[in-house]
Ligand binder design. Structure first.
Ligand SMILES: C[S@@+](CC[C@H](N)C(=O)[O-])C[C@H]1O[C@@H](n2cnc3c(N)ncnc32)[C@H](O)[C@@H]1O
Length: 238
């Protein structure tokens, strides 16, 4: 697992380095608010300092909040930020066993792209097993463009916007250096892997160049004699 971040200095440049910060995290939180049941059981993978969970708990009151990260320093900051929601913290590698569920929502931001593609696919399958029926997986991620020219555009737009927001050359150089270790995948590949893991309603719900929010739902098994409710369709399946 990669340890590239200083938990104490992580937050300050975030809104410069993620120029679409509000919409990016906001879309993930919006999906949770619209789809999760009341008092959802939440698990965040690679929570870092807790920026995503913070956006989510502004919108929903969790019944359980589990924060997982490989870095105890990051977990300490996240734990403090989210203290009002009594989070459970788990210092672990999300490439391994996940905390026992079931969860109504499993979410992640800017973390899963650190895994190789085969490990991402195995993770998506494990996430599916940890979700309750009707559960939501939302992954706010840094993604790869399918073509080299498109990828150059992603990079130019991202770094240009960071600079325009006040990132220094040193800040940009450090971000570029960190991103060398990234193992980003295209949205197309990731949507396919989510569907292969069993998710439905899989889509890219938001994208600004290299920043995308992907999500899928674990639909409950339908009993033909019951009117099951579908989390994406008010009124259920009818
Ligand atoms: C770029 S930070 C993102 C943090 C936060 N989710 C955010 O949006 O600001 C990536 C986080 O994922 C964690 N991480 C990376 N790979 C991991 C792994 N395999 N298992 C657990 N945590 C991991 C790192 O420790 C770090 O806190």
């Amino acid at each position: 697992m990669i340890q590239q971040w200083d938990a104490q200095t992580y937050d300050a440049p975030r809104r410069r380095l993620v120029p679409c910060f509000e919409d990016f995290y906001g879309t993930a939180a919006e999906l949770v608010a619209r789809i999760a049941p009341s008092h959802p059981r939440l698990l965040e993978l690679g929570c870092g300092t807790g920026l995503l969970s913070e956006q989510v708990v502004r919108r929903v009151q969790p019944g359980r909040l589990v924060l997982l990260d490989g870095s105890t320093d990051m977990l300490a900051v996240a734990s403090q930020r989210l203290a009002a929601w009594s989070p459970e913290t788990v210092a672990a590698d999300f490439a391994g066993e996940l905390p026992a569920g079931p969860f109504d929502v499993i979410m992640s931001s800017l973390a899963i792209h650190h895994l190789e593609d085969d490990a991402k696919q195995r993770l998506f399958a494990r996430v599916f097993t940890r979700l309750a029926p009707g559960g939501l997986f939302v992954n706010a991620e840094q993604v790869l463009h399918p073509t080299q020219d498109g990828q150059k555009l992603f990079e130019q737009v991202h770094l240009g916007a960071a600079q325009a927001l006040g990132s220094s050359d040193a800040e940009i150089d450090a971000a570029v250096e960190r991103m060398r270790a990234d193992r980003c995948a295209t949205t197309e590949a990731q949507c396919g892997w989510l569907e292969a893991a069993g998710f439905q309603h899989v889509a890219v719900y938001y994208q600004w160049f290299r920043f995308a929010v992907l999500a899928g739902v674990k639909l409950p098994k339908r009993d033909v004699n019951e009117l099951d409710s579908c989390p994406l369709m008010p009124g259920g399946y009818q």
